[in-house]
Design a protein around this ligand. Structure first.
Ligand code: SAJ
Length: 422
């Protein structure tokens, strides 16, 4: 069988590799020629993909990538794994999903299975994708099959990957569910959990990510309150974790980054309005999470004030730009927001992040500096914003005058200077 994956990003490429390893012939589709060329040269750009495996699969001819969507007419199955971002009005932007469904419709072949994997609001598969495909005159469930099956990749997770993470599948008809579930059972090692409709599968994914968002917001609110009360939130969480049942530790941080957790709940908020429901908890959690960059900057101000130093003119060294540890992605990273807020206040902000040696944001180029003795000693304060494993925290503890640790990364390290924590 020939399988297609539309969208060769952090979801699509690992899925394409898994399907090819399972013995399928895979065609990857992407609008970015650069990505298509890299895949065809066996060059990997996604952390969770093993480059040697990709090279081997390309050499065997098991995988190829193309920007020519007409090759969809060779497929038995196609998975749509394109981004579902928010637009500038915080509204769902399904333009990539619609465009991909449009291409599939253009080359729709009877008998094909179409699976939407992108995280989206409940109703998308039946209300958006199905009509586009049925505009061809072919009937869903009869002439072709359509299902929703959410991706569950956790970038940088060494334990769980596309292959061994349980998969949820919901088809438009019982037949669609069966066809899709059978495919995943052949491709993945993990269990496949069938649900009665695409909407159930869409909702369970959004629920998973909203669950994380809300709980992180609670941890952040507790951190703000503990700071006012002079209580160490990290000690509180470690103590709460001793409860062997019914408690799940989440940690405060400089804010919520990434392209899923901060974004997905707003898809639900938007759809809920159609049903006259106001998702208050999601909105309050969003306000709390979005307030963390300001909270971090406020704390930096207080700490420098202790040294009789204004933020204005101070050199502030941020450790880590990525939105979470051990990855190289800075999209939606709260650290960028912190940088902006500090620069507005006249600070001289420098950063170190080996995974992100340089980046451009709002037309301005930023270059990282190395975590050297000289750079640390030049800074008026060193802020741990991303707890990358490869930062030398002992060295930092022995060198920095003042450390503000927003990730509890320093933990048991001896510090010669003053150590503050979120
Ligand atoms: N964060 C905290 N405190 C925590 C946990 C996370 O502040 O206790 C922050 C992180 O620093 C990061 C953001 O939240 O900025 C999101 O982190 P994340 O751990 O949820 O990781 P993502 O967004 O890369 O991937 C998540 C997946 N992660 C986990 O379940 C651990 C999973 O929810 C989804 O498969 C994935 O989003 C997705 O694609 O939906």
């Amino acid at each position: 069988a020939v399988l297609g994956v539309i969208g060769l990003g952090y979801v699509g490429l690992p899925l394409a590799v898994e399907k090819a390893k399972a013995g399928y012939k895979v065609i990857g589709f992407d609008i970015q020629q650069k990505r298509v060329d890299m895949v065809n040269q066996g060059i990997n750009y996604i952390g969770d993909v093993i480059e040697d495996e990709l090279k081997e699969l390309i050499k065997q001819g098991s995988i190829k990538a193309t920007t020519d969507y007409s090759e969809i007419n060779k497929l038995d199955v196609v998975a749509i794994c394109v981004p579902t971002p928010l637009d500038s009005y915080q509204q769902p932007d399904l333009s990539y999903v619609r465009a991909s469904a449009g291409e599939v419709a253009r080359y729709l072949r009877p008998g094909i299975l179409v699976v939407l994997e992108s995280t989206t609001y409940p109703g998308t598969t039946e209300e958006v994708v199905k009509p586009i495909l049925e505009s061809t005159g072919l009937i869903c469930g009869k002439d072709f099959f359509l299902a929703y099956s959410p991706e569950r990749v956790d970038p940088g997770n060494k334990l769980y990957n596309t292959k061994n993470t349980p998969k949820v599948v919901g088809g438009v008809t019982a037949g669609c569910t069966e066809v899709a579930a059978t495919l995943y059972e052949q491709v993945l090692e993990s269990t496949v959990h069938r649900v009665s409709s695409p909407a159930v599968a869409e909702m369970e994914k959004i629920y998973e990510n909203t669950f994380r968002n809300i709980n992180i917001a609670l941890a952040n609110e507790m951190a703000i309150l503990c700071n006012r009360m002079g209580i160490d939130i990290w000690e509180v969480i470690d103590a709460a974790k001793t409860k062997p049942y019914g408690f799940m530790a989440f940690y405060p941080g400089p804010g919520l980054g990434g392209h899923c957790i901060p974004i997905d709940p707003w898809y639900l908020t938007w759809k809920a309005r159609e049903y006259n429901y106001h998702t208050r908890l999601i909105e309050v959690a969003g306000e709390i999470n979005n307030s963390m960059p300001e909270f971090v900057v406020e704390r930096i101000g207080h700490i420098l004030n202790e040294e009789r130093k204004p933020i204005n003119g101070s050199t502030i060294h941020l450790l880590g730009i990525a939105y979470k540890k051990d990855i190289d992605d800075f999209r939606e990273s709260p650290v960028i927001k912190i940088m902006e807020l500090l620069e507005i206040r006249g600070a001289n902000v420098v950063y170190s992040d080996t995974r992100i040696p340089a980046f451009t944001y709002k037309g301005k180029n930023y270059e990282g500096v190395e975590l050297s003795k000289e750079n640390i000693q030049k800074a008026d304060i060193t802020v741990v914003t991303t707890d990358h494993s490869d930062f030398d925290y002992e060295f930092l503890g022995n060198t920095a005058k003042i450390i503000f640790d927003t990730r509890n990364a320093i933990k048991s390290v001896k510090t010669v200077g003053k150590l503050y924590r979120l």
